[in-house]
Structures are given as C-alpha cells and as structure tokens.
Design a protein around this ligand. Structure first.
Ligand SMILES: [Zn+2]
Length: 220
C-alpha cells in the first residue's frame, strides 16, 4: 500500500479491474472506428509483481497482450509527465512494442526504467519547448514503431497548475499537444486508444477541463 499510495479495499480492486476492461473496450473500438477513449486508465507505474504510484494494474500492457495476435505492432505515446516505468519494464522484451515518452526529469519515479524514445524536460518547461520536442520526436516514434495500434496516455499533469507535475504548460498548450498527436497518428493511418492517465490540478476542475478537451480533440 505504501508503494501504491492507495488504501486497499474491495472497491479499489473492482475499480482497477474495470479500468483495465475499459481500456480493452476502447482499444477494440479504436481498431473498428479509428479512435476511442477510456475516461480513465493509463496506469503506467504498475509492474507485473505489484502496483505502484496510484496504479494497481497496467492496463495498456494487459490490453496489448489480450489483443495478440490480432495486433502485433503497437506504439505507446506516454505524455503523462511521470515516466511510465512499469510499462517500460513490462514491454522491454517485446520487440513489437515501441514506447515514446516525454517526462519531467526531476519527477517521480526516481528510479527510471528506460523506454525506446524519451525526452526528459527540466522543471518549469513551457508550451513552446514542449511542443517543439513533441513535433520533432513523434514522427520518429511512428516511423520506428510502424504500429497497427497506438495507446496514447494523455496525462493532464504537465499543466502549470498541477500539484505533482513540475512543468508549466498551459491548457492551450496541452490542447495543441493533443492535436499534434491526433494529426500525426491520423496522417500515418494509425488507430488510437486514448487513456487519461494522471492529473492533479488545484482546483481539480482544471484537470477535468483538460481531459474534456482531449476527448473533444480526438472526437473531431
Ligand atoms: Zn503522472
């Protein structure tokens, strides 16, 4: 429970199972329709042996496995501000999965697990530098992954008003980020399963507004 950061309860277990199920449904819908979202999920700190950092089960890796062999090559675009250490560890030996992430450098988790392509940004990074890095690296990630499906972790926590984020993006910057991801994947013809991942703004309404904008962007 210390590592997870949440008290155990039957309801927590049920919630964690349903979150994985919802990502599974969203991924299947994305394969049919091109895009779908889970209003949750993106629990990228969960390892095989234990949950960590508010993440009980690793939904993306679980669903990646469940969809085999129908889907062989996958790309994980993880733009939650925290590094997806669990996802990186679980996919390390999977030659058909490629992970791309933009992380806050001085943030949780402090023991990193390397992914395939990562950009670490210093505290206080603003829109321009972030979007610059994203537009430079995303095409590279798509080219190297040649994915049949993308899992996008649209974390709201790179936001300036986030309590745990340490970066300084605006809501407009985060919306521009989502459009870049949407347009890049669309141009490459890659279906995308969107998950929300983290968001800890004060007030919480800011996180909700960012999440809503993500869903709106991907429904356009
Ligand atoms: Zn996070």
């Amino acid at each position: 429970m210390l590592a997870l950061g949440l008290p155990w309860s039957e309801r927590l277990v049920e919630r964690a199972r349903r979150a994985v199920g919802a990502t599974h449904e969203a991924a299947r819908a994305a394969l049919e329709d091109g895009v779908a979202a889970n209003l949750g999920g993106g629990t990228h700190h969960a390892f095989a042996d234990a949950g960590r950092g508010f993440c009980v089960f690793n939904d993306v890796v679980t669903v990646r496995q469940a969809l085999r062999p129908r889907v062989r090559r996958v790309l994980v675009v993880d733009l939650d501000v925290h590094q997806g250490d669990g996802t990186h560890a679980l996919l390390a030996d999977d030659p058909d999965a490629f992970t791309f992430a933009i992380n806050g450098f001085r943030n949780y988790p402090f023991k990193r697990v390397p992914g395939d392509l990562e950009l670490d940004l210093p505290d206080g990074t603003e829109d321009e530098r972030y979007l610059d890095g994203l537009s430079r690296l995303l095409p590279r990630a798509i080219a190297r992954a040649r994915p049949e499906l993308c899992f996008y972790l649209a974390g709201a926590d790179p936001y300036a008003g986030d309590r745990l984020g340490r970066l300084a993006l605006t809501s407009a910057g985060l919306a521009a980020r989502d459009r870049l991801v949407r347009d890049g994947l669309r141009a490459a013809g890659v279906p995308v399963c969107v998950t929300l991942a983290g968001g800890y703004a004060e007030p919480i309404e800011d996180t909700v507004a960012i999440n809503l904008e993500t869903v709106r962007t991907f429904s356009e």
